[in-house]
Write a protein that binds this ligand. Sequence first.
Ligand code: NAD
Ligand code: IPM
Ligand code: MN
Length: 360
Amino acid sequence: MKSYRIALIPGDGIGKEVVPAAVGVLKAAASEFALRFEQFDWGCEYYLRSGRMMPEQGLEQLRPFDAIFLGAIGHPSVPDHISLRELLLKIRFGFDLYANLRPVEILPGLEPPLRSKTAQDIHMLFVRENTEGEYCGLGGRFKRGTDDEVAIQQAVFTRKGITRIIRFAFEQARRRPRKRLTSATKSNAMQYSLVLWDEVLREVARDYPDVPVSNYHVDALAARMINRPETLDVVVASNLFADILTDLGGALQGSLGLAASANLNPTGRLGPPMFEPVHGSAPDIAGRGIANPIAAIWAAALMMEHLGEPLASQRIMEALKTVTAEARIRTPDLGGKNTTEEFAAAVNEKTPKGTHRARP
Ligand code: NAD
Ligand code: IPM
Ligand code: MN
Protein backbone atom coordinates (compact mmCIF):
# COMPACT_ATOMS: atom_id res chain seq x y z
CA MET A 1 0.00 0.00 0.00
CA LYS A 2 1.25 3.43 -0.89
CA SER A 3 2.26 5.52 2.11
CA TYR A 4 2.95 9.24 2.56
CA ARG A 5 5.04 10.89 5.28
CA ILE A 6 3.48 14.10 6.53
CA ALA A 7 5.34 16.56 8.79
CA LEU A 8 2.89 18.28 11.13
CA ILE A 9 3.76 21.71 12.49
CA PRO A 10 0.72 22.83 14.52
CA GLY A 11 2.63 25.95 15.66
CA ASP A 12 0.88 28.42 17.95
CA GLY A 13 -2.54 29.51 19.14
CA ILE A 14 -5.42 28.06 17.14
CA GLY A 15 -2.88 26.24 14.93
CA LYS A 16 -2.77 23.67 17.73
CA GLU A 17 -6.55 23.36 17.62
CA VAL A 18 -7.22 23.18 13.88
CA VAL A 19 -4.35 20.82 12.99
CA PRO A 20 -5.64 17.89 15.12
CA ALA A 21 -9.11 18.52 13.67
CA ALA A 22 -7.78 18.24 10.11
CA VAL A 23 -5.59 15.24 10.95
CA GLY A 24 -8.68 13.37 12.21
CA VAL A 25 -10.39 13.99 8.87
CA LEU A 26 -7.26 12.99 6.93
CA LYS A 27 -7.10 9.71 8.84
CA ALA A 28 -10.73 9.01 8.02
CA ALA A 29 -10.17 9.80 4.33
CA ALA A 30 -7.03 7.65 3.95
CA SER A 31 -8.18 4.27 2.69
CA GLU A 32 -6.36 3.18 -0.45
CA PHE A 33 -3.09 4.56 0.95
CA ALA A 34 -1.50 5.16 4.37
CA LEU A 35 -0.52 8.46 5.99
CA ARG A 36 2.36 8.53 8.46
CA PHE A 37 2.41 11.66 10.58
CA GLU A 38 5.35 13.05 12.51
CA GLN A 39 4.77 16.09 14.69
CA PHE A 40 7.24 18.94 15.28
CA ASP A 41 6.74 21.19 18.30
CA TRP A 42 8.32 24.21 16.57
CA GLY A 43 6.85 27.64 17.17
CA CYS A 44 6.83 30.40 19.76
CA GLU A 45 6.97 28.17 22.87
CA TYR A 46 9.93 26.36 21.32
CA TYR A 47 11.50 29.79 20.72
CA LEU A 48 11.02 30.88 24.32
CA ARG A 49 12.74 27.65 25.47
CA SER A 50 15.54 27.52 22.91
CA GLY A 51 15.96 30.95 21.30
CA ARG A 52 15.08 29.46 17.90
CA MET A 53 11.80 28.91 16.08
CA MET A 54 13.07 25.60 14.71
CA PRO A 55 16.35 23.72 15.00
CA GLU A 56 19.28 24.91 12.91
CA GLN A 57 18.91 21.81 10.75
CA GLY A 58 15.10 22.12 10.67
CA LEU A 59 14.82 22.30 6.89
CA GLU A 60 16.99 19.20 6.60
CA GLN A 61 14.62 17.39 8.96
CA LEU A 62 11.64 18.36 6.81
CA ARG A 63 13.22 17.63 3.44
CA PRO A 64 12.50 13.88 3.21
CA PHE A 65 8.77 14.27 3.94
CA ASP A 66 6.16 14.11 1.20
CA ALA A 67 4.34 17.17 2.56
CA ILE A 68 4.26 19.64 5.43
CA PHE A 69 0.98 20.49 7.12
CA LEU A 70 1.19 23.69 9.15
CA GLY A 71 -1.34 25.30 11.51
CA ALA A 72 -0.36 28.87 12.32
CA ILE A 73 2.61 30.71 13.78
CA GLY A 74 2.71 33.74 16.06
CA HIS A 75 2.30 34.61 19.72
CA PRO A 76 2.25 38.04 21.36
CA SER A 77 5.34 37.12 23.42
CA VAL A 78 7.56 36.83 20.33
CA PRO A 79 7.91 39.61 17.73
CA ASP A 80 6.07 38.57 14.56
CA HIS A 81 8.98 39.49 12.31
CA ILE A 82 11.06 36.89 14.14
CA SER A 83 8.49 34.12 14.53
CA LEU A 84 7.14 34.25 11.00
CA ARG A 85 10.41 34.86 9.20
CA GLU A 86 12.31 32.19 11.12
CA LEU A 87 9.76 29.45 10.54
CA LEU A 88 6.97 29.96 8.02
CA LEU A 89 8.84 32.17 5.55
CA LYS A 90 12.00 30.10 6.04
CA ILE A 91 10.18 27.02 4.78
CA ARG A 92 8.52 28.83 1.85
CA PHE A 93 11.81 30.44 0.79
CA GLY A 94 14.11 27.57 1.75
CA PHE A 95 12.18 25.05 -0.36
CA ASP A 96 11.49 27.59 -3.12
CA LEU A 97 7.73 27.04 -2.81
CA TYR A 98 7.09 29.85 -5.25
CA ALA A 99 3.41 29.28 -5.96
CA ASN A 100 0.84 29.84 -3.25
CA LEU A 101 -2.63 28.71 -4.31
CA ARG A 102 -5.57 30.18 -2.43
CA PRO A 103 -9.11 29.26 -3.48
CA VAL A 104 -11.92 31.70 -2.67
CA GLU A 105 -15.26 29.91 -2.96
CA ILE A 106 -18.54 29.78 -1.10
CA LEU A 107 -19.29 26.43 0.52
CA PRO A 108 -22.85 25.08 0.27
CA GLY A 109 -25.13 26.34 3.01
CA LEU A 110 -23.05 29.43 3.68
CA GLU A 111 -24.43 32.78 2.64
CA PRO A 112 -21.96 35.05 0.87
CA PRO A 113 -21.67 38.17 3.04
CA LEU A 114 -22.19 40.33 -0.07
CA ARG A 115 -25.95 40.72 -0.16
CA SER A 116 -26.37 41.11 -3.92
CA LYS A 117 -24.08 38.20 -4.83
CA THR A 118 -24.70 34.46 -5.09
CA ALA A 119 -22.32 31.59 -4.40
CA GLN A 120 -21.81 31.23 -8.17
CA ASP A 121 -20.53 34.80 -8.34
CA ILE A 122 -17.63 34.10 -5.98
CA HIS A 123 -15.33 31.50 -7.41
CA MET A 124 -11.74 32.67 -7.58
CA LEU A 125 -8.33 31.09 -7.35
CA PHE A 126 -5.50 33.31 -6.17
CA VAL A 127 -2.02 32.48 -7.37
CA ARG A 128 0.32 34.30 -5.04
CA GLU A 129 4.00 34.78 -5.85
CA ASN A 130 5.53 33.31 -2.71
CA THR A 131 9.31 33.64 -2.75
CA GLU A 132 10.30 37.17 -3.73
CA GLY A 133 8.74 40.60 -4.21
CA GLU A 134 8.08 42.63 -1.10
CA TYR A 135 8.92 39.67 1.19
CA CYS A 136 12.53 39.05 0.15
CA GLY A 137 13.80 40.40 3.46
CA LEU A 138 16.59 42.59 2.07
CA GLY A 139 17.25 45.90 3.76
CA GLY A 140 18.37 47.31 7.03
CA ARG A 141 18.11 50.04 9.61
CA PHE A 142 20.54 52.86 10.03
CA LYS A 143 21.02 55.39 12.85
CA ARG A 144 18.71 53.35 15.04
CA GLY A 145 16.80 55.18 17.70
CA THR A 146 17.81 58.64 16.48
CA ASP A 147 15.71 61.29 14.79
CA ASP A 148 17.64 60.54 11.60
CA GLU A 149 16.75 56.85 11.62
CA VAL A 150 16.38 55.22 8.20
CA ALA A 151 14.74 51.88 7.38
CA ILE A 152 15.10 50.32 3.95
CA GLN A 153 13.01 47.32 2.88
CA GLN A 154 13.81 46.28 -0.65
CA ALA A 155 11.39 44.49 -2.93
CA VAL A 156 13.01 42.19 -5.46
CA PHE A 157 11.26 41.18 -8.67
CA THR A 158 13.10 38.96 -11.12
CA ARG A 159 12.16 38.14 -14.70
CA LYS A 160 12.53 34.45 -13.80
CA GLY A 161 10.35 34.75 -10.70
CA ILE A 162 7.62 36.71 -12.46
CA THR A 163 7.66 34.47 -15.52
CA ARG A 164 7.29 31.22 -13.59
CA ILE A 165 4.40 32.43 -11.41
CA ILE A 166 2.53 33.95 -14.36
CA ARG A 167 3.05 30.82 -16.42
CA PHE A 168 1.72 28.71 -13.54
CA ALA A 169 -1.30 31.02 -13.22
CA PHE A 170 -2.06 30.64 -16.94
CA GLU A 171 -1.85 26.85 -16.56
CA GLN A 172 -4.33 27.02 -13.67
CA ALA A 173 -6.68 29.27 -15.65
CA ARG A 174 -6.55 26.98 -18.67
CA ARG A 175 -7.89 24.09 -16.58
CA ARG A 176 -10.91 25.95 -15.25
CA PRO A 177 -14.28 26.31 -16.96
CA ARG A 178 -14.11 30.10 -17.19
CA LYS A 179 -10.41 30.15 -18.21
CA ARG A 180 -9.80 33.78 -17.28
CA LEU A 181 -6.66 35.27 -15.82
CA THR A 182 -6.45 38.59 -13.98
CA SER A 183 -3.19 40.13 -12.86
CA ALA A 184 -2.94 42.77 -10.14
CA THR A 185 -0.06 45.23 -10.06
CA LYS A 186 0.44 48.90 -9.29
CA SER A 187 2.51 49.92 -12.27
CA ASN A 188 1.18 53.46 -12.21
CA ALA A 189 3.23 54.09 -9.07
CA MET A 190 5.96 51.41 -9.17
CA GLN A 191 7.68 52.12 -12.42
CA TYR A 192 10.40 49.44 -12.33
CA SER A 193 9.31 46.24 -10.66
CA LEU A 194 5.64 46.19 -11.57
CA VAL A 195 6.16 47.56 -15.05
CA LEU A 196 8.44 44.55 -15.55
CA TRP A 197 5.63 42.35 -14.19
CA ASP A 198 3.15 43.82 -16.71
CA GLU A 199 5.64 43.32 -19.56
CA VAL A 200 6.21 39.69 -18.61
CA LEU A 201 2.44 39.18 -18.40
CA ARG A 202 2.07 40.36 -21.99
CA GLU A 203 4.96 38.15 -23.15
CA VAL A 204 3.72 34.98 -21.44
CA ALA A 205 0.15 35.67 -22.59
CA ARG A 206 1.25 35.05 -26.19
CA ASP A 207 1.65 31.35 -25.29
CA TYR A 208 -1.93 31.18 -23.98
CA PRO A 209 -4.17 32.69 -26.67
CA ASP A 210 -7.09 30.62 -25.31
CA VAL A 211 -6.99 32.42 -21.91
CA PRO A 212 -8.39 35.97 -21.84
CA VAL A 213 -6.29 38.23 -19.63
CA SER A 214 -7.12 41.39 -17.70
CA ASN A 215 -4.75 43.57 -15.79
CA TYR A 216 -5.83 45.89 -12.96
CA HIS A 217 -4.10 48.06 -10.43
CA VAL A 218 -4.37 46.37 -7.08
CA ASP A 219 -6.51 49.09 -5.51
CA ALA A 220 -9.07 48.79 -8.31
CA LEU A 221 -8.93 45.02 -8.05
CA ALA A 222 -9.75 45.17 -4.33
CA ALA A 223 -12.89 47.13 -5.17
CA ARG A 224 -13.72 44.76 -8.03
CA MET A 225 -13.58 41.79 -5.66
CA ILE A 226 -16.51 43.39 -3.83
CA ASN A 227 -18.42 45.01 -6.69
CA ARG A 228 -17.96 42.52 -9.53
CA PRO A 229 -16.48 39.29 -8.12
CA GLU A 230 -18.22 37.33 -10.88
CA THR A 231 -15.72 38.78 -13.38
CA LEU A 232 -12.77 37.19 -11.54
CA ASP A 233 -11.49 33.64 -12.01
CA VAL A 234 -7.74 33.08 -11.54
CA VAL A 235 -5.94 36.10 -10.05
CA VAL A 236 -2.14 36.35 -10.01
CA ALA A 237 -0.32 38.89 -7.86
CA SER A 238 2.87 39.58 -5.96
CA ASN A 239 3.62 38.28 -2.48
CA LEU A 240 2.28 41.25 -0.50
CA PHE A 241 -0.58 42.21 -2.80
CA ALA A 242 -1.96 38.68 -2.85
CA ASP A 243 -1.49 38.39 0.91
CA ILE A 244 -3.79 41.35 1.41
CA LEU A 245 -6.28 40.36 -1.28
CA THR A 246 -6.65 36.83 0.13
CA ASP A 247 -7.63 38.04 3.59
CA LEU A 248 -10.26 40.04 1.72
CA GLY A 249 -11.05 36.78 -0.07
CA GLY A 250 -11.54 35.07 3.30
CA ALA A 251 -13.92 37.83 4.33
CA LEU A 252 -15.83 37.34 1.04
CA GLN A 253 -16.15 33.64 1.84
CA GLY A 254 -17.72 34.51 5.19
CA SER A 255 -14.79 34.10 7.58
CA LEU A 256 -11.03 34.02 7.58
CA GLY A 257 -11.53 30.58 9.12
CA LEU A 258 -12.49 29.26 5.68
CA ALA A 259 -9.48 30.27 3.56
CA ALA A 260 -7.02 27.50 2.68
CA SER A 261 -3.69 27.50 0.88
CA ALA A 262 -1.11 25.31 -0.81
CA ASN A 263 2.56 26.31 -1.10
CA LEU A 264 4.01 24.55 -4.13
CA ASN A 265 7.02 24.35 -6.36
CA PRO A 266 5.41 23.18 -9.60
CA THR A 267 8.68 22.85 -11.52
CA GLY A 268 11.27 21.43 -9.16
CA ARG A 269 11.85 20.02 -5.70
CA LEU A 270 14.05 21.52 -3.02
CA GLY A 271 11.74 20.18 -0.33
CA PRO A 272 8.17 19.12 0.32
CA PRO A 273 5.16 21.29 -0.49
CA MET A 274 3.42 22.91 2.47
CA PHE A 275 -0.31 23.17 3.14
CA GLU A 276 -1.83 25.58 5.66
CA PRO A 277 -4.81 27.75 6.45
CA VAL A 278 -4.46 31.39 5.37
CA HIS A 279 -5.36 32.60 8.85
CA GLY A 280 -2.99 33.19 11.74
CA SER A 281 -2.80 31.98 15.32
CA ALA A 282 -5.78 34.18 16.38
CA PRO A 283 -4.65 34.98 19.95
CA ASP A 284 -8.05 36.58 20.55
CA ILE A 285 -9.82 33.20 20.47
CA ALA A 286 -6.94 30.75 21.07
CA GLY A 287 -7.38 28.16 23.83
CA ARG A 288 -11.17 28.22 23.76
CA GLY A 289 -11.68 25.39 21.26
CA ILE A 290 -13.90 27.52 19.02
CA ALA A 291 -11.64 28.12 16.01
CA ASN A 292 -13.19 27.22 12.69
CA PRO A 293 -11.30 24.17 11.33
CA ILE A 294 -12.68 24.50 7.78
CA ALA A 295 -9.58 26.25 6.40
CA ALA A 296 -7.35 23.53 7.82
CA ILE A 297 -9.60 20.73 6.56
CA TRP A 298 -9.73 22.36 3.12
CA ALA A 299 -5.92 22.66 3.19
CA ALA A 300 -5.81 18.94 3.98
CA ALA A 301 -7.92 18.29 0.87
CA LEU A 302 -5.52 20.42 -1.19
CA MET A 303 -2.66 18.35 0.22
CA MET A 304 -4.24 15.06 -0.88
CA GLU A 305 -4.93 16.47 -4.33
CA HIS A 306 -1.32 17.58 -4.75
CA LEU A 307 0.04 14.32 -3.38
CA GLY A 308 -1.78 12.62 -6.25
CA GLU A 309 -4.76 11.29 -4.30
CA PRO A 310 -7.68 13.16 -5.91
CA LEU A 311 -10.28 10.69 -4.64
CA ALA A 312 -9.27 11.28 -1.02
CA SER A 313 -9.30 15.01 -1.68
CA GLN A 314 -12.83 14.74 -3.09
CA ARG A 315 -13.96 12.63 -0.14
CA ILE A 316 -12.78 15.34 2.27
CA MET A 317 -14.38 18.19 0.30
CA GLU A 318 -17.66 16.29 -0.12
CA ALA A 319 -17.83 15.53 3.60
CA LEU A 320 -17.02 19.16 4.41
CA LYS A 321 -19.69 20.41 2.00
CA THR A 322 -22.28 17.98 3.35
CA VAL A 323 -21.75 19.36 6.85
CA THR A 324 -21.85 23.01 5.78
CA ALA A 325 -24.94 22.35 3.62
CA GLU A 326 -26.79 20.80 6.59
CA ALA A 327 -26.23 24.10 8.43
CA ARG A 328 -26.58 22.33 11.79
CA ILE A 329 -23.04 22.70 13.10
CA ARG A 330 -21.28 26.05 12.93
CA THR A 331 -18.41 27.61 14.85
CA PRO A 332 -19.00 31.10 16.34
CA ASP A 333 -17.26 32.98 13.48
CA LEU A 334 -20.14 31.75 11.29
CA GLY A 335 -22.76 32.60 13.87
CA GLY A 336 -22.97 29.17 15.52
CA LYS A 337 -22.21 27.81 18.96
CA ASN A 338 -20.27 24.67 18.12
CA THR A 339 -16.67 23.86 18.91
CA THR A 340 -13.76 23.04 16.61
CA GLU A 341 -13.99 19.40 17.69
CA GLU A 342 -17.74 19.15 17.13
CA PHE A 343 -17.39 20.48 13.62
CA ALA A 344 -14.46 18.18 12.81
CA ALA A 345 -16.31 15.17 14.27
CA ALA A 346 -19.27 15.91 11.97
CA VAL A 347 -16.99 16.03 8.91
CA ASN A 348 -15.27 12.89 10.09
CA GLU A 349 -18.56 11.08 10.35
CA LYS A 350 -19.50 12.04 6.79
CA THR A 351 -16.17 10.93 5.33
CA PRO A 352 -16.64 7.54 3.64
CA LYS A 353 -14.33 5.03 5.29
CA GLY A 354 -12.49 2.04 3.93
CA THR A 355 -13.74 2.64 0.42
CA HIS A 356 -11.92 2.11 -2.82
CA ARG A 357 -14.73 3.58 -4.81
CA ALA A 358 -13.78 5.16 -8.07
CA ARG A 359 -15.88 8.21 -8.64
CA PRO A 360 -16.95 9.30 -12.09
P1 NAD B 1 -5.43 36.09 12.43
O1 NAD B 1 -5.69 35.48 11.12
O2 NAD B 1 -4.77 35.24 13.44
O3 NAD B 1 -6.81 36.64 13.06
C1 NAD B 1 -7.58 37.67 12.45
C2 NAD B 1 -9.04 37.58 12.95
O4 NAD B 1 -9.66 36.44 12.34
C3 NAD B 1 -9.13 37.36 14.47
O5 NAD B 1 -10.24 38.07 14.96
C4 NAD B 1 -9.35 35.86 14.60
O6 NAD B 1 -10.07 35.48 15.75
C5 NAD B 1 -10.13 35.54 13.33
N1 NAD B 1 -9.83 34.17 12.89
C6 NAD B 1 -8.71 33.75 12.24
N2 NAD B 1 -8.78 32.45 12.02
C7 NAD B 1 -9.95 32.00 12.52
C8 NAD B 1 -10.57 30.72 12.61
N3 NAD B 1 -10.00 29.62 12.09
N4 NAD B 1 -11.77 30.64 13.22
C9 NAD B 1 -12.37 31.73 13.70
N5 NAD B 1 -11.84 32.96 13.66
C10 NAD B 1 -10.62 33.10 13.08
O7 NAD B 1 -4.57 37.41 12.14
P2 NAD B 1 -3.84 38.41 13.16
O8 NAD B 1 -4.70 38.61 14.37
O9 NAD B 1 -3.43 39.55 12.34
O10 NAD B 1 -2.52 37.65 13.61
C11 NAD B 1 -2.36 36.90 14.80
C12 NAD B 1 -1.00 36.24 14.78
O11 NAD B 1 -0.93 35.29 13.72
C13 NAD B 1 0.15 37.21 14.53
O12 NAD B 1 1.24 36.72 15.27
C14 NAD B 1 0.40 37.08 13.04
O13 NAD B 1 1.70 37.45 12.65
C15 NAD B 1 0.18 35.61 12.87
N6 NAD B 1 -0.19 35.16 11.52
C16 NAD B 1 0.28 33.94 11.17
C17 NAD B 1 -0.10 33.36 9.97
C18 NAD B 1 0.38 32.01 9.63
O14 NAD B 1 1.01 31.36 10.44
N7 NAD B 1 0.12 31.51 8.46
C19 NAD B 1 -1.01 34.05 9.14
C20 NAD B 1 -1.48 35.30 9.54
C21 NAD B 1 -1.07 35.84 10.75
C1 IPM C 1 -0.21 34.47 5.19
C2 IPM C 1 0.36 35.22 6.38
C3 IPM C 1 1.86 35.36 6.26
C4 IPM C 1 2.17 36.06 4.95
C5 IPM C 1 2.53 36.13 7.39
C6 IPM C 1 2.13 35.59 8.73
C7 IPM C 1 4.01 36.21 7.25
O1 IPM C 1 -0.27 36.45 6.52
O2 IPM C 1 0.20 33.34 4.94
O3 IPM C 1 -1.11 35.01 4.54
O4 IPM C 1 2.05 37.28 4.86
O5 IPM C 1 2.53 35.38 4.03
MN1 MN D 1 -1.92 36.75 5.20
